[in-house]
Design a protein around this ligand. Structure first.
Ligand SMILES: [Zn+2]
Length: 399
């Protein structure tokens, strides 16, 4: 009897040890710094990247009303950020019309952006920037506590001399010496008061608006809004307060897109709008439920000439793919500890121009000659009637 009790206790202890060693992984940090650039020629694909993080943004906020109907309770019908779908969808409707209306240029794509648990902001930022997987107990090798000592995409950009500006959630200031890293501007706002749903967003709105008017001063612009996350914590995710906040954030996204579309200095730039994690209906996050780990990512190239066709469902983009993709877009080495992959779909939104395309007047002339030459060939093949038409080919100006 006593022997079986001891054996059972021993077994329980061993089982607990196995569980703890698997679940509560300690994490070792490496000092190594990545040196590999993913592009063939090692160059940057874009010269500017604008990042807007909407903290706690759920994936279903990116869906349009039509797709929400039937999938979600009626009360949540209007909880969306319509601008995300409008600029991120290039889908063609059954009647052949693009769902997006009145667009002359621009190319975007929405992804289902999947975080790894734990879904807390600090752990997510670490995962986003290193391309790695933080653990539930993140034991830092340094006494710096929460600071980010591992190789990451922000350090790589800084090392490569990219000029960066940031505004928003002061969690960034726990990870970096923000003033040294973000030399252009670092305007951090307090994140601890979850009842304050406006201060951080208002600060980011003001700073980003100012920075977008002077793109010559920076290469990377980051804004991290916290309002939606705080509304979730204070009021819940399915409330009127959230509806008001999303309407506000939707205008924020649209204003950034408008600024980038109306200024030629953003011709070779990319906008990335995403959430670092989602939230439950109660507005909580930290765990691994679908509502907590699923966010969206909108990648938008404001000056692209043509659209790409889209698939019926948004593709999955693991959060760990963010760091290697951002590094590749800006032509800096991928962080050493990265586990993610470079997302080719995002790269394909921005295609580098050929030398002739980059000279507008020569390019126009070239396409004119090409089309005229095609007409000449077609007409000479049709004999004498064609030859008389050939004369008009040189006088007509509307070909
Ligand atoms: Zn967060």
């Amino acid at each position: 009897m006593a022997a079986s009790y001891v054996a059972a206790t021993l077994l329980k202890f061993i089982a607990l040890c196995i569980f703890a060693s698997g679940f509560l992984l300690t994490r070792r940090e490496s000092d190594a710094i990545g040196a590999r650039v993913a592009t063939a020629d090692g160059g940057a694909i874009v010269d500017k990247v604008v990042v807007l993080i909407i903290d706690g943004a759920r994936y279903d906020w990116s869906l349009d009303d039509a797709s929400l109907e039937g999938n979600h309770p009626a009360g949540r019908k209007q909880l969306t950020l319509p601008t995300v779908r409008r600029y991120g969808s290039t889908c063609v409707d059954a009647d052949g019309k693009r769902r997006r209306s009145g667009e002359d240029k621009g190319r975007g794509k929405v992804f289902k952006f999947i975080a790894d648990a734990p879904t807390t902001t600090q752990q997510r930022l670490k995962g986003l920037l290193t391309g790695g997987l933080p653990t539930f107990i993140d034991v830092s090798a340094s006494f710096g506590g929460t600071s980010l000592r591992e190789d990451n995409v922000v350090s790589q950009l800084h090392r490569a001399g990219k000029r960066m500006a940031i505004s928003g959630d002061d969690t960034w200031a726990e990870l970096f010496d923000v003033n040294a890293t973000f030399g252009v501007e670092a305007a951090m706002y307090p994140s601890f008061d979850v009842k304050d749903t406006e201060t951080v967003d208002a600060g980011v709105r003001y700073r980003m608006n100012e920075a977008l008017a002077r793109p010559q001063d920076w290469d990377v612009l980051i804004g991290h809004m916290l309002g939606a996350d705080h509304v979730g914590h204070t009021h819940g995710a399915t409330t009127d307060a959230m509806r008001t906040k999303l309407a506000q954030n939707d205008v924020d996204i649209e204003n950034i897109i408008d600024a980038m579309r109306s200024d030629e200095r953003f011709e070779n730039s990319l906008l990335l709008v995403f959430g670092d994690h989602g939230m439950t209906d109660n507005g909580d996050h930290g765990g691994g439920t679908a509502e907590e780990v699923e966010s969206f990512l909108l990648a938008y190239h404001p000056w692209a000439k043509h659209d790409v066709s889209c698939t019926a469902e948004d593709e999955i983009l693991p959060q760990i793919d963010f760091a290697p993709t951002l590094a590749t877009l800006l032509g800096v080495p991928i962080p050493h500890g990265n586990l993610g992959r470079v997302n080719q779909q995002i790269l394909s939104l921005v295609t580098r121009k050929t030398w002739i395309e980059s000279m507008p007047s020569i390019y126009t002339l070239f396409t004119k000659i090409q089309s005229r030459f095609g007409t000449i060939l077609a007409l000479t093949a049709t004999g004498s009637t064609g030859r008389s038409a050939l004369a008009t080919c040189f006088t007509s100006e509307n070909s």
